[in-house]
Write a protein that binds this ligand. Structure first.
Ligand code: TEU
Length: 547
């Protein structure tokens, strides 16, 4: 049986407000906010780059208290971004190019302006009251100690009119839905069918681990009190609900995908959301994203991910370093060299990578002056608009977009970097092409190789390495060349079924005992030539080993 498409796919996240404008917001001549037509107009860039599937952050009607993650209608498009016809056109254009498209499903909560919540809030007797989570009490004492995300405030708001508290793991404008009510399950399944029937290839599912609740709503333990409950909620009820979603999508033809955002900061917990191959097809795993640029720590994260997810039956890892919720990895790691080398982690490790629009330009977070801050979660910097050209409007038709431009947009824009073969944009493209040409990198087995302290190295082989085929233990320490790479005879320089990736995270040059040909190098040097055995600081290489 061949592997499903999402196992070898490279995903690309689009934050629609910041990607590109086709003029839906303020009409002809440009707009400060991006829209669906803007995405469609730039699909050629994405095909040229070589990604396989898009995940578009929410474009639903929304008061934008959380920039679209506060949904007022799950089955429509906010006029800022276009309309359902624009969505259908975009989806059609994606499919014509062989790109898949994931819709962002937000099942945990709605906007407080959603008709469901307006009804629920109108009276204790309203038929929709129990679609949300209400508790009795007095206005001065919340029902439990749960803390909301973004600000250390209770995850509860007192509703004066009806004299009860309602639960919100995020903003008070985002009341949690009550998935213990079968009507809610049915309504959200209807939402899923709505987008699947239109042809969507599946969903990225927002805080999916949050939808089930312990019916007792017990206090969070004192040692974690103060951590948002959304990073702690981990109960059996959720798994049952996810199995229901899985059954629903599996009934559709075409391998529709559930890619869940499980924002639990332990890979061990994340792994359980794959179930027995009957829950999420893929899950984000954020501990690596929060890992500093240190080889020792990365080796640990990679080994954990491989052991807990890679080797779990019915599971497959994902890798992500940037998204719309966190400082970009270029900014976290502090240099373009490191951002370049990090691309080899994303595209070389075993699993499905999720890229975030703009990382291929090596974008830093924008500097947001206090009077331009708009996000209650402090995440504006990574959501800056994408510069498409070097012109003052950077392809947006307005010089002032909804957020400030990221640093250096005169150079860091698609047009300029596409003209520069040495740019990070071309590095992404070369590495994506190398991945697409290699079954080892796409679907192959994985072995972490022993290597000098500052170096992370691994081997990918297709078909997956048989048990006991442990190329590598101690094999990459300088001087063990023969063990690592055989005697140098009989190698096939074009064999796509064997790859080694080496990343030097140290600030000094590093020597590793690997023989082979450099296919892609993070600084562009030495490509196509025999590997010299030495890596510059923060350099990474993809090698066809000599066997
Ligand atoms: O994020 C879930 C989540 O837990 C993060 O918001 C996290 O708390 C935050 O990034 C810490 O800085 C998802 C979406 O990705 C996010 O944009 C939404 O704000 C959130 O859910 C609510 O829908």
């Amino acid at each position: 049986m061949s592997a499903p498409w999402w196992q070898s796919a490279v995903f690309y996240q689009i934050y629609p407000r910041s990607f590109a404008t086709g003029g839906a917001g303020t009409g002809a001549g440009g707009s400060p906010t991006g829209d669906l037509a803007g995405i469609e107009a730039h699909l050629d860039h994405l095909s040229w780059l070589g990604v396989d599937a898009l995940w578009i952050s929410p474009f639903y009607p929304s008061p934008q208290a959380d920039f679209g993650y506060d949904v007022a209608d799950f089955c429509d498009v906010d006029p800022t971004y276009g309309d359902l016809a624009a969505f259908d056109r975009l989806l059609g254009s994606c499919h014509e190019r062989g790109l898949r498209l994931l819709v962002d499903l937000v099942p945990n909560h709605t906007s407080d302006q959603h008709p469901w919540f307006r009804a629920a809030r109108s009276s204790r007797d309203d038929p929709k009251r129990d679609w949300y989570i209400w508790r009795d009490g007095t206005p001065d004492t919340p029902p439990n100690n749960w803390v909301a995300a973004f600000h250390p405030v209770p995850a509860w708001t007192w509703d004066d009119a009806t004299g009860q508290w309602y639960l919100h793991q995020f903003l008070r404008e985002q009341p949690d839905l009550n998935w213990a009510n079968p009507e809610v399950v049915e309504a959200m399944h209807g939402v899923m069918r709505f987008w699947l029937d239109r042809g969507a290839d599946g969903f990225r599912i927002d805080v999916v681990h949050g939808i089930g609740k312990d019916p007792e709503l017990p206090d969070d333990p004192p040692e974690v009190a103060g951590i948002p409950h959304s990073a702690l909620n981990d109960v059996p009820q959720t798994h049952e609900l996810i199995r229901g979603m899985r059954t629903l999508v599996d009934a559709y033809p075409g391998d529709r995908l559930l890619l869940g955002e499980v924002y639990l900061l332990s890979t061990e917990q994340v792994a359980t959301y794959y179930g027995d191959g009957d829950e999420l097809h893929l899950s984000f795993n954020f501990p690596p994203l929060y890992t500093r640029w240190r080889a020792k720590r990365w080796r640990q994260q990679i080994a954990d991910t491989h052991r807990l997810i890679g080797e779990r039956p019915g599971a497959w890892p994902t890798w992500v370093l940037s998204n719309h919720d966190n400082a970009r990895h270029r900014s976290r790691y502090g240099s373009e060299e490191r951002a370049r080398a990090a691309t080899f982690l994303l595209l070389g490790l075993q699993g499905s990578p999720v890229l975030y629009a703009g990382e291929e330009l090596g974008l830093d977070d924008a500097v947001i002056p206090p009077d331009r801050v708009v996000d209650p979660g402090g995440r504006d910097g990574c959501r800056a608009p994408i510069p498409w050209t070097a012109a003052p409007d950077h392809g947006w038709g307005v010089t002032d977009a909804w957020l400030p431009w990221p640093p250096d947009p005169e150079y860091r824009n698609v047009e300029t970097l596409a003209d520069d073969g040495a740019s990070i944009l071309h590095l992404y493209r070369r590495l994506l092409a190398a991945r697409a040409a290699s079954p080892a990198l796409q679907l192959g087995g994985f072995v972490l190789l022993d290597a000098p302290d500052d170096v992370v190295a691994w081997r990918r082989t297709a078909p997956p390495a048989a048990a006991g085929d442990t190329v590598g233990a101690d094999a990459l320490r300088s001087g063990d060349a023969d063990e690592a790479a055989g005697d140098g005879s009989g190698g096939d320089a074009d064999d796509p079924s064997d790859r080694i990736v080496v990343v030097n995270m140290g600030s000094a040059p590093a020597s590793v005992a690997v023989r082979g040909t450099v296919l892609v190098s993070s600084d562009g040097t030495g490509e196509g030539a025999p590997f010299t055995g030495t890596l510059a600081p923060d350099q990474a290489v993809l090698i066809v080993p000599t066997r």
